[in-house]
Design a protein around this ligand. Structure first.
Ligand code: NAD
Ligand code: IPM
Ligand code: MN
Length: 344
């Protein structure tokens, strides 16, 4: 029996996770689900972000964490999101941020003449380094001489393990292309490490074509010719940006799912989107990203058939226009959940 920690979180996070939980309970009633009250409300109430005892329980007692989103206008510092989301990524060492870009319904394509056969990519975003560590500082804050510094970190270990994960994924699935993307023309030090590491690991996979694009060109190519890509591996910040671009290629941010993974350890699954304060409380958030995320999590827990069933049901909803308003539908978050459960 797998144990799942549920963190609905802020804004639409709670609204969409409720639908994902219904799907989990339907498909896998044997899962042990435990809800955790963490997020902006909790932080504003008692100052807690990610308490140590919760962290230790997640690490030692759970198989996966299912998270909605964190971010609330009442907490401008975003400190709770940094502690909970980035804190989990760093402290649980969830070094793989795996983000599929998969178009399920041809009519949702925003690209002329590109269909599901053209848009099926897995992004491996490095998840523990780069510009995300918080290293750096501010000097003479608030004065005309203010200096701010954000340190970009790449380690041999960190780069090598994400590159290896990308190649292993491609090899396991019989895929033939891995593209690494960086900005080594401008960022010589970290870029140099990425370049050398990528070449060395690629040499172990002679059957896989290893290519490289600077990240600015990758952004262009993802729109011009997404069919070029099967697996993309990149650093933390570039992966963040590229996967929001990827979200729209699959029909919208309300359809993009992700896993923050350390193979063999507790891992965290969340939709790519945020807490969407602009639509919170209206009952119109698209729950399909959260539902697809639940599917990814079930696959991670050794249930690939359940993942496939969820993907098929989501595709069914899209084809039948059983969708929320941002996709041109008329259904509420809850009604999409109902439609999906009916299909399952
Ligand atoms: P966002 O993803 O929350 O919203 C961007 C736009 O997409 C908005 O117009 C929103 O209404 C729309 N949108 C997002 N998800 C949707 C859904 N499921 N259905 C329909 N429409 C949807 O990005 P943002 O506005 O930049 O961020 C809001 C807050 O969320 C910020 O505090 C940010 O830091 C946080 N955030 C958290 C996570 C996370 O916890 N994983 C991810 C991204 C952003
Ligand atoms: C994401 C989010 C986070 C990130 C933010 C909320 C820190 O945008 O998960 O994509 O940049 O990783
Ligand atoms: Mn993001």
């Amino acid at each position: 029996m797998s144990r799942i920690a549920i963190v609905p979180g802020d804004g639409i996070g709670a609204e969409v996770i409720a639908e994902g939980v219904r799907v989990l309970q339907h498909l896998a009633p044997d899962l042990a689900l435990e809800h955790f009250d963490l997020g902006a409300d909790r932080y504003l109430r008692d100052g807690a972000t990610l308490p140590d005892d919760v962290f230790v329980r997640w690490r030692d007692e759970f198989d996966a964490i299912y998270l909605g989103a964190l971010g609330d206008p009442r907490v401008p510092s975003n400190v709770h999101a940094k502690d909970i989301l980035l804190g989990s990524r760093f402290r649980l060492d969830l070094f793989i941020n795996q983000r599929p870009i998969k178009l399920l319904d041809a009519r949702r394509s925003v690209l002329k003449d590109k269909g599901p056969q053209d848009i099926d990519i897995m992004v491996f975003r490095e998840n523990t380094e780069d510009l995300y560590t918080g290293m750096g500082g501010t000097f003479k804050e608030g004065t005309p001489d203010e200096v701010a510094q954000e340190v970009c970190i790449a380690t041999r270990k960190g780069v090598e393990r994400i590159v290896r994960a990308a190649f292993a994924y491609a090899a396991e699935r019989g895929l033939s292309r891995v593209c690494m993307s960086d900005k080594s023309n401008a960022m010589r030090h970290t870029g140099g490490l990425w370049q050398r590491t990528f070449r060395e690991v690629a040499a172990e996979y002679p059957g896989i074509e290893a290519s490289h694009l600077y990240v600015d060109v990758l952004a262009m190519e993802l729109v011009r010719a997404p069919e070029r890509f099967q697996v993309i591996v990149t650093s933390n910040l570039f992966g963040d940006i590229i996967t929001d671009l990827g979200a729209i290629l699959q029909g919208g941010i309300g359809l993009a799912c992700s896993g923050n993974i350390h193979p063999g350890r507790v891992s965290l699954f969340e939709p790519v989107h945020g807490s969407a304060p602009d639509i919170t409380g209206k009952g119109i958030a698209n729950p399909l990203a959260a539902v697809l995320t639940a599917g990814m999590m079930l696959e991670f827990l050794g249930r690939p058939d359940d993942h496939a069933r969820i993907q098929a049901a989501v595709r069914g909803c899209l084809l039948a226009d059983e969708v929320t308003p941002e996709l041109g539908g008329t259904l509420s978050t809850r009604a999409v959940g109902d439609a999906l459960l009916a299909r399952l």
